[in-house]
Design a protein around this ligand. Structure first.
Ligand code: FAD
Length: 315
């Protein structure tokens, strides 16, 4: 049986929320081997077992360089992948995932496709969208191993309890010190990461000021949501670019996307069209967002959102 590798991303000392979905994608192709560059907590190992990961390779050696330098971490991941004989390496298409998968693919001289929304291990074909979501390309990867970043929430985790063995891989290769990380600062609002969120509530241009995002924050707190912004809101200085959703912002696919005061531009839609359920709130009944929404609320966001928050708080 083939083996499929998954880069296990650790976010804030815990298993990245989108990792089980990527494991779900990998299970379709064979036994799943996880590669982890950090310490793996017992509860995370148990979770990986629940979802069918049969082996976890803890990549160690030259630890300091690995944790500080993304270039060296990519080299180490590539060496571990090469030694394991997996047919493919998948990971979450997050900023960390894209960074490491790209560096690993380069070192492996392997084909790379990021932000995939579909994968077929029989034909080695992957699917990804192009041109603001207007076209979907199917790409066949003819070399092994190949490397794929999977868009968060594109696959559901598949519960399949197995026993998981832990092995160690000691990296002894070169340390590339061309880049030195001198510090890491959290960007954005310090709230839930957009890429990891099941629910996102987004403010558009009519939000009017950064203070007014408080209305969205109060609602987000009741439903454990992340907060996004349109480019118009970002360009106006109401929100940082790290909150921007769309073609030139983040690509997201939450279970629920609530757009407040968004016109529904193609560029914004390109970043959130694969959301499972879209709710639009707009004063204009003819706004394009409504033709792209599963549910539409015609109304002023400054009235509708506080009302929604109050109702949600009663739950
Ligand atoms: P608007 O277009 O101004 O729409 C505001 C909407 O709010 C209107 O429909 C209005 O009826 C409604 N409204 C007004 N008052 C209220 C109220 N009180 N309550 C409820 N509704 C109200 N945009 C992105 O978002 N992300 C991107 O990544 C992005 N990338 C781009 C890349 C390129 C190359 C280009 C050219 C553009 C890009 N844009 C992007 C910009 C995009 O074209 C739109 O200009 C932008 O998305 C509009 O933002 P908006 O919907 O917040 O504002």
């Amino acid at each position: 049986m083939s083996k499929i590798g998954v880069f296990i991303e650790i976010v804030d000392q815990a298993l990245g929320k989108s990792v089980p979905g990527v494991v779900g994608a990998a299970c379709r192709g064979g036994d799943v081997v996880g590669f982890v560059l950090d310490d793996l907590a017992d509860k995370d190992r148990e979770l990986l077992e629940e979802y069918g990961v049969t082996e976890v390779v803890v990549v160690g050696g030259r630890e300091v360089a690995l944790s500080e330098l993304p270039v060296s971490a990519g080299l180490a991941l590539a060496d571990a992948v090469k030694a394991s004989g997996v047919k493919a390496l998948l990971g979450v298409s997050s900023s960390t995932g894209n960074d490491l998968l790209t560096r690993a693919a380069l070192s492996l001289q392997a084909p790379l496709v990021l932000d995939c929304t579909g994968i077929d291990f029989n034909t080695n074909c992957v699917r990804k969208s192009h041109f603001s979501g207007k076209a979907t390309a199917t790409l066949q990867l003819t070399a092994a191993p190949f490397v794929c970043g999977i868009r968060p929430n594109s696959f559901d985790p598949v519960p399949e309890k197995v026993a998981c063995t832990i092995t160690k891989f000691e990296y002894a290769g070169p340390i590339d010190d061309a880049i030195t990380v001198t510090g890491v600062e959290k960007s954005g609002s310090g709230r839930k990461d957009l890429a990891e969120a099941d629910i996102i509530i987004t403010g558009g241009r009519p939000i009017g000021s950064s203070e007014n995002f408080k209305i969205l924050e109060e609602c987000a707190d009741t439903i454990d949501a992340a907060i996004g912004a349109s480019r118009a809101a970002v360009d106006a200085g109401y929100a940082p670019h790290s909150m921007q959703v769309g073609l030139t912002g983040k690509i997201v696919s939450p279970k629920l996307y609530i757009g407040c005061g968004l016109s529904g531009s193609v560029q914004h839609f390109a970043g959130m069209k694969s959301s499972k359920l879209i709710v639009g709130i707009n004063t204009d009944k003819d706004a394009p967002i409504f033709s792209k929404s599963d549910y539409g609320i015609i109304g002023d966001l400054f009235e509708v959102v506080p009302l929604l928050t109050r109702q949600l708080q009663k739950r």
